[in-house]
Unconditional design. Structure first.
Length: 318
């Protein structure tokens, strides 16, 4: 039985037909999963980015509902209402990136237990893009995948790239891997960066929506990553780059002014992914799905066409 979990409906601004439940991973962690059971044409598995929680995807869930799709989002281990990994709950930490695959297994089991309508589709943002790609390589059963600013590489400073792995290994040996990574700290980025300097979105309303959630629900807040997280993420993206792309239809969206994840890594992956499409948003930042209507509406229309085009019945009629 899936037990109910807290949910800030007022902050999510999502569909009325929403509920959140607790699920447990195979290694004993408690995660929160949000169900938006709003459509019968299939279900979209939403894999959020680092620091994010279910509520951030409330508005997007409403848009999926208008398309006729249900959706589900997850609080990854160490963020949102899920169990935190360290005594300092504000540090984003994970021991190994493969640990997130236990979270994927837990959410898929919950989706099947809840009998959400099939087929399943994937929408993965930022860190969720790395987790989602790994899950696809491990056989995640979806018809098609959409990626938004996927973390297939980290936009590290030039000086840090050759030594990122060494720094992480050294920090672990010295017992420092659970400390904040250099240049980060205990204040959430979304609450401390002025709109004019932010790396996320060009629309103040979109930034305010995300900041309002963290400001009014402290449990949703997360600050800088640990040295261990950066080390694990660096190793994961390097390993993913060595693998051929899965045989799954892929649509990727990236801001022209992306500065958080690696644009070259996205170009390389999409170029080598048979049949994949890349949409580059002119002037866009990291959060292309948090932009204003003039940018967002065409992207949502393309996502709807993409999902509809990979419906089993529609394909069979062609």
């Amino acid at each position: 039985m899936l037990l109910p979990a807290p949910y800030r409906r007022d902050l999510a601004e999502g569909p009325e037909a929403a509920r959140t439940v607790w699920v447990e991973t195979s290694d004993g962690l408690r995660l929160r999963v949000g169900f938006f059971e709003t459509g019968s044409r299939g279900s979209v598995l939403v894999f959020p980015g680092r620091t994010e929680a279910v509520e951030k995807y409330g508005r997007l869930a409403s848009r999926f509902a208008a398309m006729g799709y249900s959706s589900v989002a997850i609080d990854w281990r160490g963020q949102g209402f899920a169990d935190r990994m360290l005594d300092d709950p504000m540090i984003g930490h994970v021991q190994h990136f493969h640990d997130y695959q236990q979270d994927v297994e837990a959410v898929v089991a919950a989706v099947r237990a809840a009998r959400l309508p099939e087929p399943y589709f994937l929408l993965a943002h930022s860190m969720g893009g790395a987790i989602g790609l790994r899950a696809l390589l491990r056989g995640l059963d979806v018809r098609a995948a959409v990626f938004s600013g996927p973390m297939w590489g980290i936009n590290l400073p030039v000086w840090a790239k050759p030594v990122a792995g060494l720094i992480g290994s050294g920090a672990r040996l010295m017992g420092l891997h659970e400390r904040y990574a250099p240049s980060t700290g205990s204040d959430p980025y979304i609450l401390t960066t002025p709109f004019e300097d932010n790396l996320l979105t060009r629309t103040k309303e979109g930034l305010d929506y995300m900041a309002r959630q963290v400001r009014h629900e402290p449990q949703l807040a997360l600050a800088g990553p640990s040295i261990g997280w950066v080390h694990a993420a660096h190793n994961e993206t390097r390993d993913l780059a060595r693998h051929a792309s899965p045989d799954i239809p892929c649509l990727t969206m990236m801001g022209e002014n992306e500065r958080i994840v690696s644009k070259p890594a996205i170009y390389d992956r999409v170029t080598a992914w048979r049949g994949a499409e890349l949409i580059t948003v002119p002037g866009g930042e990291h959060e292309v799905l948090m932009e204003g209507p003039e940018t967002l509406e065409p992207l949502l229309a393309r996502i709807e066409d993409f999902f509809d085009g990979h419906q089993p019945l529609l394909r069979a009629r062609r």
